[in-house]
Design a protein around this ligand. Structure first.
Ligand code: GLY
Ligand code: MN
Ligand code: MN
Length: 451
């Protein structure tokens, strides 16, 4: 039996629409030939590979997840309508017995709705033919040296035939620049997958809250997260889960996850599942014992208030920077109130003294990549938010021991992170199901653990 091409059964029409959008953009740019390869397989050790993950741009345009595949789009040229063609592995019974199903060009063309499909071994010769007399090659140079060489070889093959009257493209355009602009606004298919990825990931955080107790190890909590991601169909975690007890929460990219959890400490978990190639990105912080101490609650509520201010700033027409600025105002005043910093809120923001405790920004785009594609500025100006954009809202406060810092706050690290979809009226927090009010967390840990 052939496997389903999609775990969620979403329509391949969405991919066709995206290819049509790219065709429109290439047409406006004078046309040419776009080459969009998927990711290579990577060896982990000897003959074992890392789990395979198709390239985000390639997957965005095709939905095809087999390795060794390339999408070529020909837009313009003499009397031809635009063509989307896939180059992929041929069917091979021997390899399919060992490694699993391959669509092969014929199957792939049909299932994925492409105009044509060929064996990947034909690519180099075919590419040289397709590039002849085209105004531009649309390719993203510099990401993979192997592909850079292969593309240069194809161009040189055309150039070598100049005496037969063939001309090589005079221009190379960055196809990823067009795709980045498209990927910044999610379509309905993408949003449906992202909502599901968010639901699974919130369930994983709730599972972790129920599980945590003094004496358990960070990796045991990580295992609970991974169990829930996989149990509900996520292919992978979207990034390495951060499970950071106590002082480890002050290490922003802590991924060791190998320490024991202690009574009296907070636990910071930054983890999200990846579903059908779309990331979720959630951070929750909660007490190992189930009850926040006074100083922990003070820092936590400051960050939660900052997050609420940032979320209130997400709406169409606001800029990408507005949520960050809203969060900063609350954090700056909060740090003064807690005696972490001297001065006025304006002075703290102006001098950036807050960066000692909050050293990252409040948001990034979220989509296929956890730090998703798409520019943050158009020229000098921050990008205006528009419906369909998805961004994280993740203020934090990380307090390392220091003489000029009240000892009660030492080693408290808090980040609270949700995923916001910009809507016509404001935003929808698709990760809201994971509790974050102190009372809700404490109730869940008390009742959910039956203690
Ligand atoms: N989990 C990565 C981030 O929050 O940016
Ligand atoms: Mn994030
Ligand atoms: Mn995160």
């Amino acid at each position: 039996m052939e496997p389903s091409p999609s775990l969620t059964g979403h329509s391949f029409e969405a991919y066709r629409q995206r290819r049509l959008s790219l065709i429109e953009r290439m047409t406006r740019g004078g046309g040419g030939v776009a080459v969009i390869p998927t990711s290579p397989e990577r060896a982990r050790n000897r003959d074992t590979h890392y789990p395979y993950r198709a390239d985000s741009y390639f997957q965005y345009l095709t939905g095809f997840t087999e390795p060794e595949a390339v999408l070529v789009m020909v837009v313009g040229g003499a009397d031809t309508s635009p063509q989307s063609m896939l180059f992929c592995r041929e069917k091979n019974l021997e390899r399919e017995i060992w490694d699993g199903f391959r669509h092969g060009p014929g199957g792939a063309r049909e299932v994925f709705g492409l105009d044509a499909a060929y064996a990947v071994g034909e690519l180099d010769a075919k590419l040289a033919e397709l590039l002849a007399d085209q105004p531009a090659l649309w390719f993203s140079i510099g990401h993979d040296s192997g592909w850079d060489r292969r593309i240069a070889a194809a161009l040189n093959t055309v150039r070598a035939e100049s005496r037969t009257g063939k001309r090589a493209p005079a221009m190379i355009r960055d196809v990823r620049a067009e795709l980045d602009a498209m990927r910044r606004v999610k379509d309905a298919t993408e949003l449906a997958i992202m909502r599901r990825a968010a639901d699974i990931s919130t369930a994983a955080h709730i599972r972790a809250m129920r599980f945590v107790a003094p004496g358990r190890f960070e990796y045991e909590v990580e295992a609970e997260l991974l169990h829930e991601f996989r149990r509900q169909g996520c292919e992978y975690p979207a990034y390495t889960s951060i499970v950071a007890g106590g002082a480890n929460a002050c290490v922003l990219h802590y991924v060791g996850n190998d320490k024991v959890l202690c009574e009296g400490d907070l636990l910071l978990i930054d983890a999200g599942g990846e579903l059908n190639g779309y990331a979720s990105d959630i951070t929750r912080c909660f007490p190992v014992s189930g009850r926040f101490s006074g100083p922990q609650a003070d820092v936590y509520d400051m960050v939660l208030d900052a997050q609420a201010a940032a979320i209130a700033a997400v709406r169409p027409g606001a800029t990408f920077a507005d949520p960050h600025e809203a969060a900063l105002k609350v954090l700056a005043q909060g740090m003064i109130d807690l005696k972490l910093l001297p001065g006025s809120a304006d002075a703290v923001i102006e001098s950036e003294s807050y960066k000692r405790f909050f050293m990252h920004r409040t948001s990034h785009w979220l989509g296929k990549d956890v730090h998703d594609a798409g520019e943050y500025k158009d020229g000098e100006l921050w990008v205006p938010l528009a419906p369909g954009m998805v961004l994280t809202i993740e203020p934090g406060c990380y307090i390392r021991p220091a003489e000029d810092v009240p000892e009660a706050f030492w080693n408290i690290g808090v980040r609270i992170e949700d995923d916001a979809v910009v809507t016509a009226a404001g935003c929808e927090i698709i990760t809201a199901a994971a509790p974050k009010k102190i009372a809700d967390i404490e109730a869940l840990m008390r009742d959910g653990r039956g203690g």
